[in-house]
Design a protein around this ligand. Structure first.
Ligand SMILES: [Zn+2]
Length: 264
C-alpha cells in the first residue's frame, strides 16, 4: 500500500540516486581527463539511470562536442537506449553513433551501471599485440584470465558488429578491443573508473617492461589467479557488501581540490 508520504519518500530516494549518478559520472569524465586518458571529444562513458515511471530505460551521456574536462553533473544528457534525447540541459545533443556500443552492452548486461570506453596509447598498444595483457605486476594480475577480446572490423557502428561485441564480452567486465582500445563495465561508476585506471597502469607498465629488451618475469598461473581473486573480493566488498569506498571518496576529494566545477 502506498500513501502520499511513502510515495514522496520513493521519489526522494530516486532523486538522490540520480543526483549521485550524475555527480559520479561527471567525476568519471573529469578523472579520465586528469589521467590523460581522454581522446579529444571521442569515446564515451555512459551510466544507467533508474528506469522511468513507465519502465523506460534511461542513460546519461556527455553532451556532444564537449571535452571530458568540460563535463559536469549539470550538463549531462539523459537519453533512451536508442540514443534519443530525453533531457538536454546544455542543448548540444549527443553523439548517438558513439553510444551504439554502449547501448548494446547496457541492454545485454543489466549488471553494468557504467560502460567506459577509452582510446589511450598504452591501451591501444596492448590491444594491438597478440598476447594482450600479461600478468607482469600486481596491477595487471587483477585482470588475469578476466579479459575478453573483440577483433577490429572498422569503426563499430553497425548492428551486426554490436551483437558480436556483446557475444565476445560474455560475462566479463573488461574487454580489449583489438587495434582500437578498451571497454570496461562497472557495477558502479566508481568501479568502472577504478578498473580503467588500473588497466591503464597495467598497460603502461607492460609497455615499459617489454620496452627494456630484457627478460620479463611473468607471474605463474597460481599466483596471478590468487591475486585476481583477492582484487575481486575487494571490489565485491564495495559493490555487493555495501562497504563505503575510501578510494572513490579520495578521488572525489582530488577533483574537489582541482576541478570543483564538476559537481555543478
Ligand atoms: Zn572507440
Amino acid at each position: 500500500m502506498h500513501d502520499g508520504a511513502s510515495g514522496e519518500t520513493v521519489a526522494q530516494d530516486v532523486g538522490e540516486a540520480v543526483s549521485e549518478i550524475r555527480r559520479d559520472l561527471a567525476a568519471a569524465y573529469q578523472l579520465i581527463a586528469l589521467e590523460g586518458m581522454d581522446d579529444g571529444i571521442y569515446t564515451h562513458i555512459s551510466a544507467r539511470l533508474p528506469d522511468g515511471p513507465g519502465g523506460e530505460k534511461r542513460f546519461l551521456l556527455n553532451p556532444f562536442g564537449l571535452r571530458f574536462d568540460e563535463v559536469t553533473a549539470a550538463n549531462l544528457v539523459t537519453i533512451d537506449e536508442t540514443g534519443a534525447v530525453i533531457d538536454d540541459p546544455y542543448g548540444a545533443g549527443v553523439n548517438a553513433a558513439g553510444f551504439t556500443i554502449h547501448s548494446a552492452v547496457h541492454m545485454a548486461r543489466h549488471d553494468a551501471a557504467c560502460v567506459l570506453h577509452t582510446h589511450t596509447v598504452a591501451g591501444v598498444a596492448i590491444s594491438s599485440i597478440k598476447e594482450g595483457l600479461l600478468p607482469l605486476n600486481q596491477w595487471s594480475a587483477q585482470f588475469y584470465d578476466r579479459i575478453a577480446f573483440h577483433d577490429y572490423e572498422g569503426i563499430a557502428l553497425n548492428l551486426e558488429e554490436r551483437e558480436r561485441i556483446v557475444a565476445d564480452l560474455g560475462t566479463k567486465q573488461v574487454m580489449l578491443l583489438r587495434n582500437h582500445g578498451t571497454l570496461l563495465l562497472g557495477r558502479s561508476v566508481a568501479e568502472a573508473v577504478k578498473l580503467a585506471i588500473n588497466l591503464e597502469r597495467s598497460c603502461k607498465a607492460q609497455v615499459a617492461a617489454l620496452g627494456m629488451g630484457l627478460t620479463p618475469v611473468v607471474l605463474p598461473h597460481d599466483v596471478a589467479e590468487h591475486t585476481a581473486s583477492q582484487y575481486q573480493k575487494a571490489y565485491d566488498s564495495f559493490e555487493i557488501g555495501g562497504k563505503p569506498d575510501p578510494e572513490w571518496a579520495a578521488e572525489l576529494r582530488r577533483l574537489d581540490a582541482c576541478a570543483p566545477g564538476y559537481r555543478g
